[in-house]
Design a protein around this ligand. Structure first.
Ligand SMILES: Nc1ncnc2c1ncn2[C@@H]1O[C@H](COP(=O)(O)OP(=O)(O)OP(=O)(O)O)[C@@H](O)[C@H]1O
Length: 321
């Protein structure tokens, strides 16, 4: 996406950005002309367009956050990317091959999907739910080997739930269950990781730890992370890129510095959003003292927007209640 010359201009309404093929490297996931409607294809009530003409490329090492209001279509899009459900139009290519052409076991070795909610109908030990994520690597066998156990234990340790390994999943708290589900996703060890609101139910320390982990997996292991989230500060702390769903079918995609800016977020979320900057020498203060008005990005220009090169951070503030 081209950055506007003067970011003080109001965001254009419902402008669709060009897809992100300008950046180098082959796309792990390529979305072409995708259309999604509420309720999915073939439903008589599938008349509200959630996403229209989505052209989007995602590469190894990128960490994307999908942002939008309730009902904008974030989960619907993530499910489509996981191969669940049929889009109204368009193609989703994983490593240049349409998702529908991937055999399920092979697809399960390429992408892992953390759904927004889950039901534990049966009694399973925590370790067993994580070991199940290793089954795509055992085409003709139900038995896990020692590598699987090591990987499962490592994943539980990374999510700080190794001590719960022998517990029945139905006895876990909401945050513990969420961390076990993320551990299972890690144990699946796929190049593409799709996470629907991974920070849900987590306490603050674990929210930050999960974002750091996802960011590191993308940066250091070349994983491709796509997550849905409502917390802008958490998203901004981890995401290299963002996709905004505007709610009327239009969308904006680009680097975090291009897209996670107050004017676009205000338009996307329908609520005034500004930023304040803090760092080693600047204390967090009242955002209204920081030169910000709803949709006003002058502060960004003045303070710069590189959130990874130094210790400065933008935090997003709702200016009005
Ligand atoms: N089976 C269905 N039948 C009819 N409408 C549906 C169906 N499934 C989803 N929808 C609608 O599609 C829209 C998009 O749903 P989706 O779950 O993708 O939104 P979302 O952006 O993830 O929202 P949230 O932030 O609340 O999680 C919603 O308005 C929802 O009510």
């Amino acid at each position: 996406m081209n950055r506007r010359e003067d970011s003080r201009d109001p965001a254009p309404a419902a402008v669709q950005a060009p897809h992100t093929d300008a950046s180098p490297g082959r796309a792990l996931l390529a979305v072409r002309g995708l259309a999604l409607s509420a309720g999915g294809a073939g439903r008589h009530d599938a008349d509200r367009t959630l996403v229209r003409g989505l052209d989007w490329s995602v590469r190894a090492g990128e960490c994307w956050c999908i942002i939008g209001r309730n009902g904008a279509g974030k989960s619907t899009l993530l499910r489509a990317l996981a191969g669940v459900g049929t889009p109204q139009a368009g193609d989703i290519l994983l490593q240049d091959k349409p998702l529908r052409d991937w055999p399920l076991p092979a697809l399960a070795r390429e992408r892992a999907f953390l759904a927004q909610s889950r039901n534990d109908a049966f009694s399973y030990r925590v370790i067993d739910t994580v070991l199940m994520a290793r089954h795509p690597y055992h085409a003709n066998s139900y038995w896990e080997d020692t590598d699987d156990h090591r990987i499962a234990h490592d994943a539980l340790r990374q999510m700080d739930v190794l001590d719960l390994a022998q517990r029945d999943v139905r006895t876990l708290s909401g945050g513990e269950r969420q961390r076990v589900a993320i551990a299972a996703l890690l144990a699946q060890d796929t190049p593409l990781m799709l996470l629907d609101e991974p920070a849900t139910a987590l306490d603050l320390a674990h929210q930050v730890a999960v974002m750091r982990l996802l960011s590191r997996l993308a940066r250091e292991q070349g994983k491709c992370v796509i997550m849905v989230g409502h917390d802008l500060n958490l998203a901004a702390s981890a995401a290299t890129h963002a996709l905004l769903l505007m709610g009327d079918g239009s969308w904006r995609a680009g680097s975090a510095d291009e897209v996670l800016v107050p004017a676009l977020l205000t338009e996307c979320l329908g609520h005034p959003i500004g930023t304040v900057q803090y760092g080693a020498e600047t204390r967090l203060g009242d955002p209204r003292d920081d030169g910000g008005r709803p949709g006003d990005t002058r502060g960004d220009d003045r303070r710069g927007t590189d959130r990874r090169g130094d210790d400065r951070r933008r935090i997003f503030i709702n200016l009005e209640t």
